[in-house]
Design a protein around this ligand. Structure first.
Ligand code: CA
Length: 364
């Protein structure tokens, strides 16, 4: 509703401008490099939407051209490219940059950590974004949340996972902290950009992969290369996609354009989650009913082991340096409070809705 109202407003403003004159000549021509295939549903289109919004909201004063992974720089080189100013902005996710900073992963997602709604609470009203801004300043970047996938799926496997022993020797594409957890469970985590997943899985270069959720996984055709589709995505309970802007470029903007860039990111951050919420159900239905995908829930024993290992991995993040300690403490404090509130709000409500639906179905 908010977005529709906003777009209607922007459209009217554009029409009014158009009636008087053409859009302003671009004062800033930006390149946005991304870790996604160009126009990939949700992620790539989110980057495109962000570019379009910045253009519309600024009346054409900032013009942003989006480059898919590999078009200007490879997927995992966008951080450096924006940092050194080869591109003015980028769109990716912070856990891809653990080679630069281990604690950066906390600004993406944490296994068994905050959900999308809670993550946004921490970012905008719980100190998360201030900490992220402080970290990225050291790399000459300004970050902003610019999309969220919600709870992801556990991934695609060609064998059933019935116990922790089934994870032994498993070569799986799984980024970030979740990858480290899998490693400690006896598996071999691999990080690959999205565009390389299908081929890697089909050729047997990897045994299993996670990607995002039904909407995105259907688009990549991952069901053609694996039989079992596991849930829940314990490793990515509400992943934030990031926008990063070269700090010098951002600071050279007048205040109104800075506000436009940040608020465009905020719009896309909410809109992407809404899109996933709307598209995942139908995509899951298609996967199961048209492509015979077998849905499986991770056994409780496997989740319990992964949870124990996750606690170890996440706690180690705090030990890196003073900044990591401060950030970890902020996240943990927020998580504790969020769990207490979610436990009596979202969780209790969803459980009641689910249970009462089942009772109604039984009676019917
Ligand atoms: Ca994922």
């Amino acid at each position: 509703m908010q977005r529709r109202t906003f777009i209607a407003g922007a459209g009217a403003a554009t029409a009014a401008l158009g009636a008087r004159s053409a859009w302003a000549k671009p004062e800033h021509k930006w390149k946005m490099v991304t870790t996604w295939p160009k126009n990939f549903p949700g992620l790539g289109t989110g980057a495109e939407n962000l570019a379009k919004l910045i253009g519309e909201m600024s009346g054409g004063r900032i013009q942003v051209k989006v480059y898919g992974a590999g078009e200007l720089v490879p997927a995992f080189e966008i951080f450096d490219a924006v940092s050194r100013g080869t591109a003015e902005m980028g769109h990716g996710s912070a856990y891809y940059w653990k080679g630069k900073s281990e604690i950066a992963q906390i600004f993406s997602t944490v296994p068994f950590g905050l959900t999308a709604q809670e993550m946004n609470g921490w970012m905008y009203h719980g100190g998360g974004l201030e900490l992220w801004t402080e970290l990225y300043a050291g790399f000459g970047l300004v970050p902003a949340p610019a999309g969220n996938t919600g709870v992801q799926m556990g991934g695609w496997f060609n064998k059933e996972i019935n116990s922790v022993a089934d994870l032994q020797g498993l070569k799986m594409r799984i980024p970030g902290l979740g990858g480290e957890v899998l490693k400690r469970a006896g598996g071999t985590p691999v990080n690959l950009p999205g565009g390389e997943l299908f081929t890697a899985l089909q050729s047997g270069a990897i045994d299993a992969t996670e990607w995002v959720g039904p909407y995105n996984d259907l688009a990549f055709g991952l069901y053609k290369a694996a039989k079992y589709y596991y849930y829940p995505g314990w490793h990515e309970p509400g992943t934030i996609l990031e926008a990063m802007i070269n700090k010098d470029v951002y600071e050279s903007l007048p205040a109104d354009l800075q506000s436009i860039v940040m608020n465009a990111c905020k719009v896309v951050n909410q809109d992407m989650l809404a899109e996933y919420t709307a598209r995942n159900p139908a995509a899951l239905e298609t996967l199961v009913s048209q492509h015979d995908v077998e849905l499986r829930k991770f056994p409780d024993g496997v989740l319990a082991k992964l949870r124990t290992l996750s606690n170890e991995v996440v706690a180690e993040l705090a030990g890196q340096d003073a900044f990591s300690q401060k950030t970890f403490a902020s996240y943990q404090k927020f998580l504790k409070q969020a769990k207490a509130w979610s436990g009596i709000s979202e969780l209790t409500y969803l459980q009641a809705r689910d249970r009462l639906d089942q009772q109604t179905d039984d009676q019917a």
